[in-house]
Design a protein around this ligand. Structure first.
Ligand code: NAP
Length: 474
């Protein structure tokens, strides 16, 4: 591996303390990565502060052109990044290429948004003063990303932060730091000045992040990961009243109404369930199918799931790679065992294979009971858990019966009825007759304990900006 050290102030820094990155398909060590400590965090903060002073003063057009160049360079190297993603995360080649493309798109989208930080001017109704409203860069941002999208969860934060004029320190997940490190030479080539973007892998994550969140120069914490860690970070962020952006866990319901077009519903459910082999916050977690079409739906979904080829993601014929580590794989197996103990039937899959690699087969469970653990918690793996319903009101209530509110999916051929159902779902996003909602041009994010704030869309850049109002007379 070429880039395994800390990236601070545009340079590479070795450390004595290092940790291993494992290929989930082979269980072999593929890299030994530097682990940042508090002194490294201070160096990164100093560098980011210095670089941001110049960057924030540049015109939006100049910032935009650097981001646009980053998109061009990454788009020319998608295969390289996809390969790295597969090596450290395990996902199949097509999933990895999809992620690399999605990741690059954030640079293009925010290159376009950088020049559109619109303000406002109006007359105050009573005093006659002018109200001027503008957006300014919020300050240094600490970005913490998960292992399930090693590239995209980083670029979804870096691109809007840079568009807004902020400097950043990124703490990538310890399972998958290599992709983010490999992105740094590309950003240099695109014209990102030294110090503006710093990457600190670390195995002392909690202490390192907590230290940075208590540095007075930091004004934004943007986190993607589990709700449990998000809660801790919100508590730390409270001490300095930081601007928090929290993209947390999900428990996505899929609602297949009786009038759904079955081809569309199967296609959409496959995508919502199996994109990233289920290791996605947006993954279909609870599949509610109307009782009159449940048998046919289950048969067809089982056929599609059984036909997927499992193996090392570097083999281009493979559809489903290994899970990221043994814990994640064992947690998925435990969800299946629990569901079966509570009455579920295994339609396909359901057995952990022998041998190397953290594999788990695509699995369909029918007759899953409402109190099964996989209905209550995120499965984060290739298991489709099907339940039935008979009444629209009942399924809306069951779909909303969770502390999460990231994304829901609805399938129905009756558009009016479908929209009525969508509006009553307590979710930040709804896929209607579609199994994919992620789009750099759309505001991605959840309600309830799925998070705060939005990434992408017009909203994404505002997470890294403060609104300033000037009351003026002339
Ligand atoms: P995680 O355990 O919460 O870890 C995410 C990141 O937080 C990693 O970089 C991790 O570092 C760091 N971290 C762990 N403990 C920390 C602490 N005490 N203080 C500061 N940082 C800490 O989540 P994950 O297992 O990587 O990712 C899966 C979760 O992410 C799922 O719940 C999924 O739904 C969620 N997710 C949400 C979205 C969304 O947009 N809503 C997108 C993708 C994933 P280490 O790796 O060093 O522990």
């Amino acid at each position: 591996m070429d880039y395994t050290d800390l990236y601070i102030d545009g340079g590479w820094h070795k450390t004595d303390d290092r940790f291993d990155v494992i290929n989930p398909a082979t269980e072999e060590v593929i890299a030994s990565v530097a682990s940042a400590d508090i002194a490294d965090a201070d160096k990164a903060l100093d560098a980011a502060e210095k670089a941001m002073a110049d960057w924030a003063a540049r015109t939006p057009r100049e910032r935009s052109e650097v981001l646009r160049k980053a998109w061009e360079l990454m788009t020319a190297r998608l295969d390289h990044f996809a390969h790295l993603i597969t090596l450290e995360n395990g996902k199949a080649g097509a999933d990895a290429k999809g992620e690399a493309t999605y990741a690059a798109e954030f640079f293009r989208w925010f290159a376009e948004e950088a020049v559109r930080a619109d303000g406002m001017i109006t007359h105050a109704p009573a005093s006659g003063a002018r109200i001027l409203v503008q957006h300014k860069p919020a300050g240094l941002a600490v970005l913490i990303t998960p292992w399930n999208y090693p590239a995209a969860m980083g670029t979804r934060k870096i691109a809007p932060a840079l568009a807004a004029g902020c400097g950043v320190i990124i703490k990538p997940a310890s399972e998958t730091p290599l992709t983010m490190l490999a992105l740094m030479p590309l950003l240099e080539e695109a014209g990102v000045p030294p110090g503006l973007v710093n990457v600190l892998p670390s195995r002392r994550t909690g202490a390192l992040v907590d230290h940075m969140l208590h540095d007075p120069r930091v004004r934004v914490v943007s986190f993607t990961g589990s709700t449990g860690v998000g809660r801790k970070l919100l508590k730390s962020a409270a001490d300095q009243v930081l601007k928090p952006a929290m993209e947390l866990g999900g428990n996505a319901p899929v609602v297949v109404l009786e009038d759904a077009d079955l081809d569309t519903a199967i296609e959409g459910t496959m995508l919502a369930k199996m994109r990233n082999l289920g290791e996605a916050c947006t993954a279909a977690n609870r599949i509610y199918v109307h009782e009159n079409i449940a048998a046919e739906f289950t048969k067809r979904l089982t056929e599609r799931m059984s036909a997927l080829k499992v193996g090392d993601g570097t083999d281009p014929s493979v559809d489903v790679g290994p899970l990221v580590n043994a814990d994640t794989r064992d947690k998925v197996a435990a969800f299946v065992a629990d569901a079966v103990a509570k009455g579920a039937k295994i339609e396909c899959g359901g057995t952990t294979p022998e041998g190397k690699g953290f594999y788990y087969p695509p699995t369909v469970l029918s007759n899953v009971s409402e109190d099964a653990d996989c209905v209550q918690d995120e499965i984060f793996g290739p298991v489709a858990a099907i339940q039935t319903f008979s009444d629209q009101e009942e399924v809306i209530r069951r779909a909303n019966n969770t502390e999460y509110g990231l994304v829901a999916y609805v399938f129905s051929a009756d558009f009016k009825r479908a929209l009525q159902v969508c509006e009553r779902l307590d979710y930040g996003m709804v896929g209607l007759n579609r199994g994919l909602v992620s789009d750099p041009a759309a505001p991605f994010g959840g309600t309830k304990q799925s998070g705060l704030g939005r990434e992408g869309g017009h909203e994404g850049m505002l997470e890294f900006m403060e609104t300033q109002y000037i009351s003026a007379s002339w």
